[in-house]
Design a binder for this molecule. Structure first.
Ligand SMILES: Cc1cc2nc3c(=O)[nH]c(=O)nc-3n(C[C@H](O)[C@H](O)[C@H](O)COP(=O)(O)O)c2cc1C
Length: 451
């Protein structure tokens, strides 16, 4: 199979990408690559049966068997949800007290183990969807305030959220995150990452667009960030830094919307993460209302990373907290350039590694110097995310042992124009069927099962 790749502007050594990253608590990542969180929506969905709800499936384990052999420094899970009723999608993995069982613990422990096969750190991303919970999952999810999500970029509607009372913030948010972090620790994960970006609950608190509260969780930036700091402190009280357990956060560098978090506010929040001794921060941007995974300017397109200019300005606040930047990286040149320009220390990869789960390994060996160049419009997040979802399902069809150790087995080559045309048709059919299912009151299938 001959894959078309993004042209690498200048041929440059990838050596720097293979350097270790050291965390303040002494843990070490074997190189600078981060597998970003990518929701698979392939866990079980059984809201009426807590013990069967949100269990990782064999498909998920097979997917991570591939990434666990891809030579990442750190591998994040997809968003694992902490509240069984506030999901990003029906089919998320969930960790919650009422759902605890030997089966769940065994599955999560196995998940951690296969992520670490070739030396990567296994980190669970913890999230609470809040007002970004689809209406079909829950018409009245929690949020900081009762601001409904209207102009969704996805084929989904969202109900009007209920604002959490001050007491509920502790019970429904802080306690749930702490429970899930302890669970991750007990199951052998090396750390957790709080999902504080992309408009999910924690960023509903930090963003002035969605936080209109007048109690200690609203108003000033300090108040809006309070819930995150309370979660951090409560986790550290249970799992001290001396255990080596990492705590990081995915944070927005900017939200391009009215009243959205500004660069200055993001910088201020990052200053707090540094002083609170977060182990790492992954910089991203945007929300469902204003997706930002695209090139807003020509200067960004050349340098690939969507949030590079923001990262460069935030970077100086970090000293001991390790910084990752995710979004848009496609060539070795751009990755090395971002590190040399001190915009970031680590490189997060999302869509390129569903096309090629061992991209870091190939880059470090020097056998490739860029990602597969698919034929989708690169600014079309909906289509490229659906395509990535399909590739993950394909990755999950067998383990490396079944696949005779061919890591690319079954993965569609979207650098082939004809395959992309067929996918576009499959996606169009999928959306028509989703419309019919929704009209019939049924849950639509979350991903396009392709080929
Ligand atoms: C299919 C898909 C699922 C995603 N799921 C998550 C998620 O669960 N948590 C998260 O923080 N970001 C999620 N993202 C965002 C990615 O982590 C990443 O920030 C984004 O794709 C930009 O990186 P890229 O240009 O390398 O793809 C998702 C993106 C895609 C395409």
């Amino acid at each position: 199979m001959s894959l078309r790749r993004f042209p690498n502007a200048v041929n440059i050594s990838s050596e720097i990408l293979g350097q270790q990253l050291k965390f303040r608590n002494g843990r070490v990542s074997q190189n600078r690559f981060l597998k970003a969180a990518l929701t698979e929506i392939l866990s079980t969905y059984a809201p009426q049966e807590p013990k069967k709800h949100g269990l990782p499936t064999d498909t998920i384990l097979n997917i991570y068997d591939k990434w666990g052999n891809g030579k990442f420094g750190m591998i994040l899970t997809s968003n694992v949800l902490v509240d069984p009723t506030n999901l990003e999608a029906a089919g998320n993995a969930i960790v919650f007290k009422e759902g605890d069982s030997h089966e769940r613990r065994a599955l999560f422990s196995h998940w951690a183990k296969i992520m670490k096969q070739d030396g990567a750190l296994a980190v669970m991303q913890l999230s609470h969807a809040g007002r970004q919970t689809p209406e079909l999952v829950n018409p009245t999810p929690w949020s900081a305030s009762d601001i409904q999500l209207v102009s969704a970029a996805r084929f989904t509607t969202y109900g009007k959220p209920k604002p959490l009372t001050t007491e509920q913030v502790k019970k429904e948010v802080v306690d749930r995150f702490v429970y899930a972090a302890k669970y991750a620790y007990e199951c052998g994960f090396d750390g957790i990452q709080l999902h504080g970006a992309h408009g999910y609950l924690l960023s509903q608190f930090t963003s002035p667009t969605t936080n209109k509260r007048t109690d200690k969780y609203g108003g000033s930036l300090e108040n809006r960030q309070r819930v995150i700091i309370e979660i951090f402190d409560a986790i550290r009280a249970e799992i001290p830094a001396s255990t080596g357990f990492l705590i990081g956060i995915k944070a927005n560098s900017v939200e391009f919307q009215a009243e959205g978090t500004t660069l200055e506010q993001a910088k201020e929040m990052c200053r707090v993460y540094e002083s609170k001794e977060f182990d790492f921060v992954e910089l991203s941007g945007g929300t469902y209302e204003k997706l930002a995974f695209c090139y807003e300017r020509e200067s960004t397109r050349k340098r690939e990373a969507f949030f590079l200019e923001f990262a460069e300005q935030i970077r100086p606040v970090f000293n001991k907290t390790v910084v990752y930047l995710t979004g848009g990286f496609r060539t070795v040149f751009a990755m090395v350039d971002a590190i040399n320009n001190n915009a970031t220390q680590g490189i997060g990869l999302g869509r390129p590694i569903t096309a090629e789960p061992d991209l870091p390994k190939k880059i470090l060996e020097g056998s490739v110097n860029s990602a597969v160049q698919d034929s989708f419009n690169q600014n079309d997040m909906a289509a490229t995310a659906m395509a990535s979802g399909s590739q993950m399902e394909q990755m999950g069809r067998n383990s490396l042992n079944d696949a005779g150790r061919n890591i690319m087995d079954q993965i569609s080559d979207f650098s082939n124009d004809e395959t992309v045309q067929r996918f576009d048709q499959a996606l169009a059919d999928h959306l028509v069927q989703a419309g019919i299912d929704i009209a019939d009151g049924k849950r639509p299938k979350p991903i396009v099962v392709f080929n």
